[in-house]
Design a protein around this ligand. Structure first.
Ligand code: SF4
Ligand code: SF4
Length: 334
């Protein structure tokens, strides 16, 4: 007699945000089960049900830019946040189901709350959280770029728009002393062995050389945040007719909202570099054959610590990524 056994049913969640990663067990959990767990006391967990409920209500459709693109007759949409983030993460999130850590969602929601409070600021000549779009054709596809600057207002001192973007963070950037070359005023960086300082024009110096001076360098905006406001500047320029105001964008700043004090960083606007970045980034995101490379810029590696698709990323890469990869290669060299 032939007996048949029913094969087990394997359910695979569709690509996209599928639920939370529990902060206690580190196991995936659906949004509703997490809320139910919080409502029943959640042993060992810090999250009260009201907080979990607020996190669930705050989840934004990850296809937001694509939906807006379709409404505007474009094939694809990219938000400025997506453009300046990790392109590999963007692609992996589209291809796989993933889970966000509850504490990571909490950090984001905490920031959004303060943003909403700051949007109460009354400006007589400016725009708060105004969504701007720009439709372009690139590599044969119509693309809608979407961005929502926190604030841009007319500055009489500058004679044009000043963009302000807020970032709530536990670790705002800070100023520090840096070595510079007394001959050409350029900042010096350590050589590979770390015992000399290198000037791009004058060569290597001993750290105690009289050719090395030390000057205070104010806090600098992080690379991706500087790019973000530069892309907003481009969107404002392209929306001049719709805004009925055709002022040039004259300045941009990031206000880092730290736990003790805000840190304000001015950002240099560079239209040509921003256009070049935009084209290069779109080329990577539109390449459907290859997964974008892992991040390797030092001031962007923090993203890997909070990345919800890190396991997929490391699996495809065949090893650790982010700061762990840098430490591993430093150990290998030692
Ligand atoms: S309430 Fe806390 S313990 Fe319960 S599933 Fe959610 S994160 Fe985990
Ligand atoms: S782990 Fe890092 S490199 Fe990999 S996808 Fe995430 S942010 Fe990008």
């Amino acid at each position: 007699m032939v007996t048949t056994t029913t094969p087990p049913v394997i359910t695979v969640a569709p690509a996209g945000l599928a639920g939370f990663l529990c902060d206690v067990t580190e196991e995936p959990v659906s949004f509703t089960d997490c809320l139910r767990c919080a409502q029943h006391g959640a042993p060992g967990c810090s999250f009260a049900p009201g907080v979990i409920s607020n996190l669930i209500r705050g989840i934004r459709d990850s296809d937001y830019a694509d939906l807006l693109a379709r409404e505007n007759g474009a094939e694809l949409g990219f938000s400025v946040t997506e453009l300046v983030g990790c392109p590999r993460q963007f692609v992996l999130k589209k291809q796989n189901p993933y889970y966000e850590k509850v504490s990571a969602m909490y950090r984001m929601a905490f920031g959004s709350g303060y943003h909403s409070a700051l949007a109460e600021y009354e400006t007589s000549h400016g725009f708060k959280e105004r969504t701007l779009t720009w439709k372009i054709t690139f590599m044969g596809q119509t693309i809608l770029l979407v961005g929502t600057p926190d604030l841009f207002e007319y500055s009489e001192e500058m004679g044009g728009w000043l963009i302000t973007d807020y970032k709530v963070t536990a670790n705002p950037p800070f100023g520090h002393k840096v070595p510079i070359c007394v001959h050409c005023d350029l900042e010096l960086h350590k050589n590979a062995s770390g015992d000399k300082l290198v000037c791009p024009n004058c060569g290597e110096f001993s750290p105690r050389s009289p050719a090395v001076a030390r000057v205070y360098k104010p806090a600098q905006a992080r690379t991706s945040h500087a790019l973000q406001v530069n892309l907003y500047a481009l969107l404002i320029e392209k929306n001049a007719a719709r805004l009925k105001e055709s002022f040039p964008v004259k300045g941009a700043q990031i206000e880092y909202l730290g736990p003790k004090t805000p840190v304000r960083c001015e950002v240099t606007l560079d239209r040509d570099a921003t256009m070049a970045f935009l084209q290069a980034r779109l080329r990577v995101l539109l390449n459907t054959h290859d997964l974008p490379p892992v991040l390797d810029e030092v001031d962007e590696l923090w993203r890997c610590d909070y990345c919800p698709v890190r396991s997929y990323c490391e699996q495809a890469h065949g090893g650790p990524v982010g700061k762990a990869a840098t430490e591993e290669s430093a150990e290998a060299e030692a």
